[in-house]
Design a protein around this ligand. Structure first.
Ligand code: B12
Length: 378
């Protein structure tokens, strides 16, 4: 088997199936990453969304015996919204992060990887392959870094010279000994814009994130957002792009290569108030195809309430009072109470008092009390 020729064939083929960048890496254990993951775990800096088994995360041969190489792929996604609807005083809108525009990237990258697998298996029928995107055990960034897709930026993202960091990553472990590519040199230099711009100070230092403080993480939780972060969420409904937006390497990077990734502006920058009363079915119909829907309706609704508070949107008061009275979920009732306090119209004080009398949930009662204190001080 001529692995050099096959590698070249794969590279050529990848261009015909909508893979924007491809790289090859050895399947050796990721020793440095192992140390880093242990440290992150020890410091409590992990999100909890990662695969918990650090050995599996860092040892490709535990995932595919006879692993010899990893093929890394990257697909560029759009960063600019065409015909973005305006957010007006009474018609406020929230935003989904760019990685959740268009169709769920897991579906798109899996499709590309499946095609690559078929291409390889047609040439080497007994080849062994195992592909993954995001939810697999491997650390996609560490693979991409080793395969020369991009360097690991101070904002933690893999930054490609061609597309900036607006790329999705995926990979395939194989038992074919492809010659590896060379990693790209770090090009962040002395720049610290991402660290300085992070709204919550989640970037502890270049290349190290305390995920528990990262807004991208906080928007995906299902419980109450800790008080110190609520004012920082702004109008974000899912994810956060700040550390990428300020990155000079992303300046002017906006690629529209994949029709499936084209965002519908009304979906990724939706009106906030209608989100509050969505049924599960309506949620699925409107947002079900986005990667940002994976945690369901509740976090998006909670974030919408926080966004309305951020805008001090008085036109949302009736909707929020209705949630406080009628919603079955404590997180929604409590966040609505807090938002009413934030909006700052004292006329709702009797309604908050009434809700407090009827309320059984201690967390919600605490949120009502916070709101009443805010309103007393208006
Ligand atoms: Co995310 N996420 N995520 N995510 N996430 C993934 C990383 C991935 C790869 C998904 C995908 O495309 N397949 C993409 C990244 C694409 C890219 O880099 N170009 C992705 C995206 C797009 C995002 C967001 C941009 C989404 C958004 O909101 N707009 C943000 C970006 C936040 C940020 O990192 N600045 C986002 C947010 C999150 C949360 C929910 C916060 C968590 C934690 C993020 C984090 O750890 N930084 C999160 C997770 C858990 C993941 C997931 C599932 C695991 C990441 C992980 O293992 N983190 C991956 C998918 C996957 O890998 N399976 C996607 C642990 C840390 C320690 O490792 O950053 O992945 P790492 O890897 C680097 C470090 O370990 C570093 O090098 C590695 C390679 O760069 N490193 C260093 C290792 N050793 C050492 C030693 C030293 C000294 C230093 C300095 C660094």
């Amino acid at each position: 088997m001529d692995v050099v020729a096959l590698k070249e064939e794969i590279i050529q083929y990848s261009r015909t199936i909508g893979i924007d960048k491809i790289g090859f890496a050895s399947a050796d254990p990721f020793f440095e990453l192992k140390e880093r993951l242990r440290q992150q775990q020890h410091l409590g800096y992990q999100s909890g969304f990662e695969e918990p088994d650090i050995d599996k995360r860092t040892t490709p041969s535990l995932l595919l015996s006879e692993a010899r190489s990893i093929i890394a792929i990257a697909l560029a996604y759009p960063s600019k919204l065409k015909n973005a609807p305006r957010s007006t005083k009474t018609e406020r809108r929230g935003v989904f992060c760019r990685a959740s525009w268009g169709q769920d990237y897991h579906v798109i990258l899996r499709d590309r990887l499946q095609k690559l697998e078929q291409f390889i298996l047609a040439r080497i029928p007994n080849a062994r392959v195992k592909s993954m995107v995001d939810t697999g055990e491997l650390a996609d960034r560490a693979v991409a870094e080793r395969a020369g897709i991009g360097w690991s930026g101070k904002n933690c993202s893999i930054i490609t010279p061609e597309f900036g960091s607006y790329v999705y990553l995926g990979e395939m472990i194989t038992n074919i000994p492809f010659p590896p590519d060379t990693p790209i040199e770090d090009q962040c230099g002395t720049c610290t814009r991402c660290i300085d711009a992070c709204p919550t100070g989640a970037l502890v230092q270049g290349g190290q994130l305390n995920a528990k403080r990262c807004i991208a993480f906080l928007t995906q939780t299902k419980t109450f957002i800790p008080d110190e972060f609520r004012d920082k969420i702004g109008n974000r409904l899912y994810g956060c792009d700040t550390c990428q937006l300020v990155c000079p390497k992303n300046k002017g990077k906006d690629f529209h290569f994949h029709p499936e990734m084209e965002p519908d502006p009304e979906v990724v920058k939706p009106l906030l108030k209608p989100l509050l009363h969505m049924t599960n079915r309506q949620f699925k119909e409107m947002f079900g195809h986005l990667s940002g829907a994976w945690r369901g309706k509740k976090p998006i609704q909670r974030n919408a309430i926080i966004a309305l508070a951020h805008y001090k949107d008085e036109s949302a008061i009736d909707d929020l009072l209705m949630l406080l009275r009628e919603d079955s979920r404590p997180v929604i009732r409590g966040t609505a109470a807090w938002a009413l306090g934030k909006i700052g119209n004292r006329k709702v004080m009797p309604m908050l008092q009434q809700a407090k009398e009827n309320e059984q949930d201690e967390d919600v009662i605490r949120e009502i009390d916070k709101a009443l204190v805010m309103l007393e001080n208006v």
